[in-house]
Design a protein around this ligand. Structure first.
Ligand SMILES: [Zn+2]
Length: 93
């Protein structure tokens, strides 16, 4: 059994569920607003329902390379250090 993959899938499922939960509450959604975008940071596309992305319309929450788009700390996730998040907002200087 590829245990690592399961852990990763599980972490992603938790992450996506948490984004959904936070988005459903306007008071919380404000905290993650800076990371909400309808454009994938990895391919630059607006993927809509492309199967390579995880989209909670209209936002891309997992990019096509598997990176999480929303800051896990802003989401209140405990396992932030194990997540595959990269801050795509950081200016490339
Ligand atoms: Zn993409």
């Amino acid at each position: 059994m590829p245990e690592k993959m399961n852990d990763r899938d599980e972490a992603q499922a938790r992450y996506v569920a948490q984004v959904r939960k936070v988005l459903s509450n306007p008071g919380w959604a404000e905290a993650i607003a800076p990371w909400l975008t309808s454009r994938c940071s990895e391919c630059g596309q607006e993927p809509a329902l492309d199967p390579d992305h995880v989209v909670i319309p209209p936002y891309v929450v997992v990019g096509c390379e598997g990176y999480h788009m929303v800051n896990p700390v802003a989401l209140g996730l405990q396992d932030a250090r194990t997540s595959s998040w990269i801050d795509w907002r950081e200016p490339a200087e």
